[in-house]
Write a protein that binds this ligand. Structure first.
Ligand SMILES: [Zn+2]
Length: 427
C-alpha cells in the first residue's frame, strides 16, 4: 500500500510538473516561429552582428517544455527574455561556419560577412533577444541584444519558396519527436524522384547505426523537394560553378573535401517549408565530401561510395555536438581547441576539467591518460590525440565513428546522442 501511495504521489507530482511546463509555453508563446536574420561579420579578432530582418514562420518543432537549452555546448547561445519580467523563457546553443572561418589563416587579413539566423517560438509580448559568443577562455559573453516586438508591422510572414514537402516517416507530433528534414541541393525538377530515393537511403544510413537504430521511433523524417537551376554543386578547384538553391560548394577554406554552404539564409528559407529540428542538405554529387555543424546543418554528397560513413559522422557533429576525434587529416584550422580551456564538446577533454566529462564512465584501475595499446581496445579511457592535434587533447576510445569513421560511435559519443534525443523529445 505504501508503495502504491508513493507511486500515486509521484504521478501527481509529474502531472503537476507537466501542466506547469505546458502553461509556461502558452504564457509566453503562441503558434509560429520568430525568425531573426542578422549579418555576422568580422576577422579572427573581432565580430559584430547587425539585424537584417524579422520573419514569421509557420513551423515550430522543438519541445514545449524544457525550452531552456540544458547543454552548455556550441560556440554561440541565444537567450530570449520576457521584456516585462526579465525572465529567460527560451535559449538555444549552436555553432556556425563563420566561427570556424575565424580560426583560418584568411581571417587574419580579410574581413568577411556571413548571414546568421536564429529561431524561437513566436512570443506573445515584447522580448529581449541576446546572442552570446564563447570567448577564448571558453565562457559565453554577450555580443548583441535587441528588444523585439511581435506586434511590429515589419515582421514579414512571407516565405520566398513554395516547395513540396514529402513525409518519409512520421512517428508523432513535431514537438514530441526529433524532426529531421532533408533538403535537395543541386537537383533539377527532373531529378526529384532521384532525390527522394537518395533521402530515403541516407536516412537509412543514420538509422542503421546505434544509438539511432533503437531510437528510430523518436524521429520524424521529411524531405523538401527544393529544385535547383543546375544539377550538381560548385567545385572551385576544377572551375565548376553551378546555380543551386542553397549555394553549396567544395573547397571550403581551401580544403577540397570540405563541402558546405555559407548561405545559411537560403538554407533557412528552404527549410521554412516544414517542421525541423535538424537540417540535412543532400547534395547531388558523387564526389567525396561534406560537413556537419552543431545545430546548424549537416551536408554531404548523396552518391559517393563512402556516403554511409560520411552521413553518420556529419550527423554526429550537427546533432550531438560531437567533435572530430582524429588528428591526422589536413584541416584549415589553427588552435581549434586551446589547450588551457576545456572543450565544450562532450567527447574531447584537455584534462582542464575532466570531472565535467566522461570521468564517471572510466572504470577504476584504468590509467589516465590511457595507453593506446591492444589491451585497452574496447575500454573507455582518456587517449591522447583528437581535435586535429596529436598532443594535449584526449578522446574517450582508441577508435570511434568520430575518429577513423570505420567504427561505431564510442560509448561516450553514444551517451551524448541519447541525451540529445531525450531533450528534444521532452523526455
Ligand atoms: Zn567517440
Amino acid at each position: 500500500m505504501k508503495k502504491l501511495v508513493s507511486v500515486c504521489f509521484a504521478l501527481i507530482i509529474s502531472m503537476f510538473f507537466q501542466t506547469a511546463q505546458a502553461q509556461k509555453f502558452d504564457e509566453y508563446f503562441e503558434t509560429g516561429v520568430m525568425r531573426v536574420d542578422l549579418v555576422f561579420s568580422g576577422t579572427a579578432e573581432e565580430t559584430s552582428y547587425a539585424l537584417s530582418g524579422v520573419k514569421k514562420e509557420q513551423f515550430y518543432s522543438g519541445p514545449k517544455s524544457n525550452m531552456i537549452d540544458p547543454f552548455d555546448y556550441g560556440d554561440h547561445k541565444f537567450v530570449v527574455k520576457d521584456s516585462a519580467s526579465g525572465k529567460t523563457i527560451f535559449s538555444h546553443t549552436y555553432c556556425t561556419l563563420f566561427r570556424e572561418w575565424q580560426t583560418t589563416e584568411e581571417s587574419q587579413t580579410i574581413r568577411r560577412a556571413y548571414p546568421h539566423v536564429i529561431r524561437f517560438p513566436w512570443p506573445i509580448a515584447s522580448v529581449v533577444v541576446e546572442i552570446h559568443d564563447r570567448n577564448k577562455q571558453g565562457a559565453f559573453q554577450k555580443s548583441w541584444s535587441a528588444t523585439l516586438n511581435p506586434q511590429s508591422i515589419f515582421s514579414d510572414p512571407g516565405n520566398p519558396y513554395h516547395f513540396e514537402t514529402v513525409e518519409l516517416e512520421i512517428n508523432g507530433t513535431a514537438e514530441e519527436k526529433v524532426d529531421l528534414l532533408f533538403l535537395a541541393e543541386g537537383y533539377t525538377a527532373e531529378e526529384m524522384d532521384k532525390f527522394i530515393e537518395d533521402a530515403k537511403r541516407s536516412a537509412g544510413y543514420i538509422f542503421s547505426e546505434e544509438p539511432f537504430k533503437s531510437k528510430r521511433s523518436m524521429f520524424n523524417i521529411r524531405a523538401v523537394k527544393s529544385t535547383s537551376q543546375d544539377s550538381g554543386t560548385d567545385i572551385p578547384g576544377e572551375a565548376i560553378w553551378k546555380n543551386t538553391v542553397v549555394n553549396s560548394s567544395f573547397y571550403t577554406f581551401g580544403i577540397e573535401r570540405y563541402m558546405t554552404t555559407m548561405d545559411y539564409k537560403s538554407v533557412c528559407d528552404v527549410a521554412a517549408s516544414a517542421h525541423y529540428d535538424q537540417i540535412y542538405i543532400l547534395v547531388n554529387t558523387d564526389k567525396y565530401g561534406g560537413g556537419g555543424i552543431y545545430n546548424h546543418y549537416s551536408i554531404s554528397a548523396a552518391g559517393n561510395e563512402a556516403s554511409r560513413a560520411v552521413v553518420i559522422h556529419e550527423f554526429g557533429h550537427a546533432f550531438g555536438g560531437l567533435a572530430d576525434e582524429y588528428y591526422n587529416s589536413a584541416v584549415a584550422y589553427n588552435d581549434y581547441f586551446p589547450l588551457e580551456v576545456e572543450p565544450w564538446n562532450p567527447n574531447l577533454t584537455t584534462l582542464v576539467d575532466f570531472d565535467s566529462k566522461w570521468k564517471n564512465m572510466v572504470s577504476e584501475g584504468t590509467p589516465v591518460p590511457t595507453p593506446s595499446e591492444e589491451a585497452y581496445k574496447e575500454i573507455v579511457g582518456v587517449y591522447e590525440g583528437g581535435g586535429y592535434v596529436a598532443r594535449g587533447v584526449y578522446r574517450p576510445m582508441i577508435d570511434c565513428r568520430m575518429h577513423t569513421n570505420d567504427a561505431a560511435f564510442c560509448p561516450v559519443c553514444s551517451e551524448a546522442l541519447k541525451k540529445m534525443i531525450a531533450t528534444i523529445t521532452g523526455l
